[in-house]
Design a protein around this ligand. Structure first.
Ligand code: ATP
Length: 354
């Protein structure tokens, strides 16, 4: 039995899990790890990751019959990871693997970006973890691409290693590439966002993310306020008042998306239509750059929550609407990732490979 510690470290919560990687076969097409014990901790209640891990291992030693001290660990972290160290976005934690290895007496420990962890995780997902949006013609020797809208927009790619099996994940800053409008309405949206944020260049993350949903909603309501429903108006005003506050009582993006799913609010439906199309178009841009015949995986917290809106067809239509090269994209398998633990599983797989 090879015990591995994996973590998904976010500004709000820290999820830790002990995995058994004993039967991990890196030459197998789909590597697997098995979770033995998992706990969730509110990150803000702790001054550092070390006390959380110690508490977790203490609980695991009491509750897991086949408990053994982890041989190695990897943590997917919400923040820029450089040389195995990271200053967390939204937390005062400063993590580096040398210190963690010393204080936790576990070695090696690897720190990776949380979206890169998703990249490690997608290769191991089973069919029930995925919704197939387009079957394409899967080629296991080709790259896989991962895109995911959540608080921001993450993009990475995964390359199968020809020798010895396994995969290598490359993180990217693709979410910060330029938003490219494709219609009159989107050109207006671009101008609106430049004024709203007082910026000259608009990144695609400003549109394809939770923050993007709220911005698109604002754009449409400012364009024609008469269309706003009293229910969403109330949520919008509370959301606006709470900007800059630490404690928030509403999530405007979530409310707009729920109203769009229920088809109960005109502006919300229009907002999500623009969002879904822009998301599909950016997924198509990523696909054109990588030709990921191994699979294009749509991860992140939003996609699975709005699956019926994605299934309506505009996502895949925008993805493939690329002029002369559109037929190339017919062969790309496109999957929506349904398993919210993909990042945690990915961290475990990353640790197993070090
Ligand atoms: N039902 C929903 N529909 C659309 N957007 C939603 C929904 N619920 C939450 N969101 C938005 O999703 C974003 C959070 O995404 P996600 O759950 O992927 O978190 P994350 O990016 O991993 O960040 P963290 O976990 O560190 O907070 C927020 O911007 C939120 O407004």
């Amino acid at each position: 039995m090879t015990i591995i510690l994996a973590g998904d470290i976010g500004g709000t919560k820290t999820i830790l899990s002990l995995f058994d990687a004993n039967y991990l076969d890196t030459t197998a097409a789909v590597p697997q790890v098995k979770s033995l014990f998992e706990q969730i901790y509110p990150s803000q209640n702790y001054i550092d990751l070390v006390p959380i891990v110690k508490k977790f291992l203490q609980a695991a030693s009491q509750q897991v019959t086949e408990y053994a001290k982890p041989e190695k660990a990897a943590f997917g972290i919400a923040g820029p990871v450089v040389n195995n160290s990271c200053e967390l976005t939204n937390l005062s934690w400063s993590l580096d693997s040398d210190r963690l290895q010393r204080e936790l007496d576990i070695s090696p420990i690897k720190l990776i970006n949380d979206f890169a962890a998703i990249g490690y995780g997608v290769v191991s997902l089973s069919p029930s973890d995925l919704h197939i949006l387009q079957p394409g013609k899967p080629d296991v020797s080709a790259p896989r691409a991962v895109i995911g809208a959540g608080t921001g927009l993450g993009e990475c790619f995964v390359i199968p290693l020809s020798q010895g099996g396994g995969y290598q994940v490359f993180f990217s800053e693709g979410g910060h590439t330029d938003f490219a409008p494709r219609s009159e309405l989107e050109f207006h949206l671009l101008g609106y966002l430049r004024e709203l944020y007082n910026i000259t260049r608009v990144s695609v993350e400003r549109v394809v993310s939770g923050m993007g949903i709220t911005a698109i909603y604002q754009f449409l309501r400012d364009h024609d306020i008469s269309q706003e429903s009293p229910e969403i108006a109330q949520i919008y005003h509370t959301w606006k008042q709470e900007i800059g506050q630490e404690h928030k009582t509403v999530d405007l993006a979530a409310e707009v998306s729920k109203a769009a799913l229920a088809k109960s609010d005109y502006l919300s439906v229009q907002t999500m239509k623009i969002f879904v199309e822009a998301y599909g178009a950016e997924a198509g841009n990523l696909a054109l750059k990588l030709l990921p015949y191994g699979g294009l995986y749509v991860a992140g917290g939003i996609a699975a929550k709005i699956l019926p809106l994605i299934q309506e067809g505009n996502f895949i239509k925008a993805l493939k609407d690329k002029g002369r090269v559109s037929p190339l994209l017919e062969q790309v398998p496109v999957y929506i990732v349904l398993n919210p633990k993909v990042g945690l599983i990915g961290a475990a797989l990353c640790a197993a490979q070090i």
